[in-house]
Design a protein around this ligand. Structure first.
Ligand code: FEO
Ligand code: CA
Ligand code: CA
Ligand code: CA
Length: 589
């Protein structure tokens, strides 16, 4: 086995875990506890969790479903108070609530699903550093944002005809956010997140090329249109409603009365998330992936510079940073090297600049609302599903998780190339980008493959040049850094890639140990590892355990995480023992 990893968060790496194991596995000497679970009451007037009786009003006052992006923001000097901010990407109706033939009951289920989407902001407290956190019911900053909440649209496309509907002739006000996936916390204390697979929430006309390019079809996955007509974009009043989703959203967790925003300047796509880098001179950029097979990597360069400090004036200024700027898409060139140690150059191709479109025959609002079509025209490089894209705060280098792409090199699809070197890429890879002169707003960059994932015994895998033992890994998704700049990777899809549980890994990106990948934890069956948040100096790691037991049914649940209630032991809650997506902390035992 692996020897102990040294550092403030020293641990003995764990071995890969059988994908069927319904347990959260942590290193010896560590323990895990849920901080908050789906349905936990956030406010004094929140009803108790009761999945037997789905109720939208109750759900609006409770923690939502399928937590993905996560941050734990410590808010006091003693380290005893924090804000937990996370999003709630989507719902799994069949394991959440009982099946029903009663139409009125099913409509209430759908309203409850809408209320289980969005965000949660929750106050946390603990007795001192290194101790486990507990959430504060009724905390002043506690908040739920749902598929019903009011958002404002910002940027050049806001208020234009493409964003107007019968219900919103201003084109600037949208109700709700859906399918928020990864995200990032900004240096000014807000949280960004991407509206990813928003297409699944609409009925729309797929004969419209712009709809087809975004995967909109004649039927929705979630049925929201049955309770709210604007999700039916075949209705002439709402043809533009899908144009109002697919953005980077920004929420201010410090101000529970603030209106969350959708930033059109950052383009519309299946946004995975966004992570900001502030350069030494205050230049602000955000890196973003469009998670679809053969879609693109983007960079946004804000027009204005970051203002330091947390005065009210600086905060007000910084809250405007993502409303104006230039949007770029990446084009890669490079070489195939032995062992897939590929490298090359890249160009950031401008789609908008100084408030103007750089794309022939498209206006700036068309570029920002139909960003995929603009990037197609400009010959961006089709990637293997770019997920989380995050700059290393220690070095400025950017890490792009390309999760997998079963269609690479198949009939009629793009073939392999240097940055996407494997046909039917089952296990994904991570690209390392160095901006020219390490300037955040550079228009060219160098890149190299950092990890080509899979079982290390398989040919074609590559681990940053490290040739000692490493853990098998598949389908990198969310990434994060610890205080020393080591990369932490959580995965989504490992069971179908390497036949093991999804997990959380740590890998140094510099020095002698570069590429030495080890495993820290594994999530229960059916779950994806989200978050993650690494407070190594505080001896703790946080993960959002998403969609445990997702392939089960109400009657035949496949996960009992996190409570593992024995059958028949909870008469107060019927026989329901099913899984509850939860935010979990891992601390020293
Ligand atoms: Fe929601 Fe791209 O993962
Ligand atoms: Ca993801
Ligand atoms: Ca991340
Ligand atoms: Ca994923």
């Amino acid at each position: 086995g692996e020897s102990t990893i040294r550092g403030p968060l020293s641990f003995q790496p764990i071995a890969p875990v059988d994908a069927a194991k319904d347990a959260l596995t942590v290193p010896p000497g560590y323990e895990w506890t849920p901080i908050i679970r789906w349905g936990d009451p956030l406010f004094h007037n929140s009803p108790a969790f009761d999945p037997e009786h789905p109720n939208a009003e109750a759900q609006e006052l409770q923690f939502g479903y399928n937590n993905d992006y996560l941050d734990i923001m410590v808010t006091d000097r003693a380290g005893r108070e924090a804000l937990l901010v996370c999003n709630h990407e989507y719902t799994n109706r069949d394991i959440m609530f009982p099946p029903t033939d009663n139409e009125a009951q099913e409509l209430e289920v759908i309203r409850t699903l809408m209320a289980a989407h969005g965000f949660a902001v929750v106050e946390l407290r603990r007795r001192g550093k290194g101790k486990p956190w507990k959430y504060v019911r009724g905390g002043e900053k506690n908040r739920r944002i749902t598929a019903y909440s009011l958002f404002s649209l910002t940027g050049p496309a806001a208020g234009t005809d493409l964003l107007k509907t019968a219900a919103d002739p201003s084109g600037k006000k949208v109700y709700g956010t859906v399918n928020n996936c990864a995200g990032g916390t900004t240096p000014w204390g807000t949280v960004l997140s991407g509206e990813e697979n928003f297409n699944g929430y609409f009925k729309a006309d797929p004969a419209v090329p712009e709809n087809a390019r975004y995967g909109l079809t004649g039927s929705s996955v979630y049925g929201f249109e049955k309770v709210d007509p604007r999700f039916d974009a075949t209705n002439p009043d709402y043809v533009n409603e899908p144009h109002r989703f697919g953005y980077i959203v920004e929420i201010d967790p410090m101000d529970p009365t603030s209106t969350p925003r959708k930033h059109t300047a950052m383009g519309r796509m299946k946004h995975e998330g966004a992570n900001v880098r502030v350069d030494d001179d205050g230049t602000v950029v955000a890196y973003m992936g469009d998670d679809e097979r053969f879609d693109y990597l983007y960079k946004f360069v804000a027009k204005k510079k970051y203002r330091k400090g947390d005065s009210a004036a600086a905060r007000r200024h910084n809250l405007t940073l993502l409303t104006e700027g230039d949007l770029y898409v990446a084009r890669f060139s490079g070489q195939q090297k032995p062992d897939n140690a590929n490298l090359g150059r890249g160009v950031w191709i401008p789609l908008t600049q100084n408030g103007k479109s750089m794309v022939p025959d498209m206006s700036i609002e068309e570029v920002l609302v139909f960003t995929r079509l603009a990037a197609d025209k400009m010959k961006a490089t089709p990637m293997d599903r770019p997920e989380d894209v995050e700059p290393n705060p220690r070095t400025g280098k950017v890490y792009v998780a390309c999760t997998n792409n079963s269609q690479r090199g198949t009939d009629g699809k793009p073939g392999t190339d240097a940055p996407n070197p494997r046909p039917q890429n089952k296990n994904g890879h991570i690209i390392e980008i160095t901006e020219h002169k390490n300037a955040a707003n550079a228009t060219t960059f160098d890149w190299n493959l950092f990890l080509v994932c899979g079982d290390p015994e398989e040919s074609g895998t590559y681990f940053g040049g490290w040739d000692g033992p490493v853990a098998p890994i598949s389908s990198p998704d969310n990434v994060a850094f610890d205080s020393a700049g080591n990369l932490w990777i959580s995965t989504d899809g490992a069971p179908s890639g390497i036949g093991k549980s999804d997990a959380l890994y740590r890998v140094p990106v510099q020095g002698r140990e570069r590429g030495h990948l080890v495993q820290f934890l594994a999530v229960p069956s059916g779950a994806e590892t989200c978050g993650p948040v690494i407070h190594d100096l505080d001896g703790s790691v946080f993960v959002a355990v998403q969609h445990p037991g997702e392939d089960g049914s109400w009657e035949e649940q496949q996960s009992f995480f996190p409570d593992y209630v024995p059958e028949g032991s909870r008469p107060d809650r019927g026989d329901w023992r099913g899984p509850r997506p939860s935010v979990v902390q891992v601390t020293r035992a």
